[in-house]
Design a binder for this molecule. Structure first.
Ligand code: EPU
Length: 320
């Protein structure tokens, strides 16, 4: 039996750790509860010849059926938020150490900054900042998942994205080096944090102090818009495809193209293209990952056939 430098589960079910609830198990699931433990787990896996995968909130992920060989490291237990110490200057290499734990209630006054580990839930951060009257994360209202994944893929919507509030990000580079990257050193793009394969361990986030009522109203407004246009009460992985280049598509979004191609309502087993929003596939019961993956290919082919546009996945797929 292999021993790991953190909590570890063998043949752990991953479907319950994704929002669409499909897929199989991981041979090993490691659950570090601190960024240092994450690095130790990462190194231990690499030393044993595994190329670990990182699981955040599973909100944008489809895991294939069966057993996924190798090691998955989850940020589930790395959900802490800290105040930024007044003397912290964010220099590269600076530790996250001079920070006070979240047990000290966050105060509303400027500087409106906090340090959050990768496993913080995005909805949790939206709530915390809303209650403080800190502005910057309203457009993330209703976006599921963890901060690490949100930064890695620059999650967001048309009114804002995760990187809008990132002051610096703590990463583990593919070479196994820890780095603190300032915002100016990064070039996030649409749905891509562009971190070159580096793994996000945490970040310093910077907000703007605003009227509590105004922030609250904007959050409520985004939630209303979302539930009016997206199947928010059903199991899904969010938008399946990226919106194509506007010039190519004549400004039509992926959802609009799916609808135009007559693909809304297509189904494989319990996997259905949502009738509410064409860019969502929902699991209406006991869908298998293969149903979802087949349906994605069917929709992609149909859209390509009818419109000449080949949609690219926004969702990540883990298979052997
Ligand atoms: N539309 C249709 N049919 C559909 C769906 C949409 O005609 O079935 C039309 C809408 O009427 C609208 C346009 O397409 O005119 C755009 O739709 P929407 O406003 O729903 O936005 P979106 O571009 O489809 C993007 C993000 C969402 C984010 C929303 C809101 C992508 C791929 N999607 O959706 O992000 O929540 O804006 O800000 O960038 C996600 O990333 O998982 C996600 C859901």
């Amino acid at each position: 039996m292999l021993r790991w430098p953190c909590a570890a589960l063998r043949e752990a079910d991953l479907s319950a750790r994704t929002t669409i609830r499909v897929g199989g198990r991981a041979e090993w699931l490691l659950e570090p509860s601190h960024p240092d433990e994450f690095v130790a787990a990462w190194n231990a896996a690499r030393e044993r010849g595994f190329e670990p995968r990182v699981l955040g909130g599973g909100a944008n992920l489809i895991v294939a059926d069966g057993v996924l060989r190798g090691v998955v490291i989850t940020t589930e237990r790395m959900g802490r938020v800290f105040r930024v110490h007044p003397e912290y200057d964010g220099r590269e290499g600076e530790e996250f150490a001079p920070l006070l734990p979240a047990l000290v209630p966050l105060e509303r006054d400027a500087p409106a900054r906090l340090v959050a580990w990768a496993g913080c839930s995005l909805p949790g951060l939206v709530r915390v900042t809303r209650d403080l009257g800190w502005s910057g994360f309203e457009a993330l209202a209703g976006v599921p998942g963890h901060l690490g994944g949100g930064i890695a893929m620059n999650a967001g919507g048309r009114s804002g994205e995760t990187w809008d509030v990132v002051e610096s990000v703590r990463v583990l580079t593919p070479g196994g080096e820890l780095r603190q990257l300032a915002r100016a050193q990064c070039s996030p793009r649409y749905r891509d944090g562009a971190l070159g394969g580096a793994i996000v361990l945490g970040a310093v986030l910077h907000f703007r102090v605003d009227e509590r009522a105004a922030v609250k109203e904007r959050v409520a407004d985004y939630l209303r818009q979302k539930s009016a246009t997206q199947p928010v009460t059903e199991r899904s992985s969010g938008c399946v495809f990226k919106n194509p280049d506007r010039e190519l598509s004549g400004g039509r979004s992926a959802g609009a193209l799916v609808e135009a191609a007559g693909a809304k309502g297509l189904a494989r087993g319990d996997a259905h293209v949502s009738g509410k929003h064409g860019n969502f596939i929902v699991n209406r019961g006991a869908a298998r990952a293969q149903d979802v993956l087949d349906l994605i290919e069917e929709v992609r082919a149909r859209v390509a056939d009818r419109t000449g546009i080949r949609l690219e996945n926004e969702v990540q797929v883990w298979s052997e």
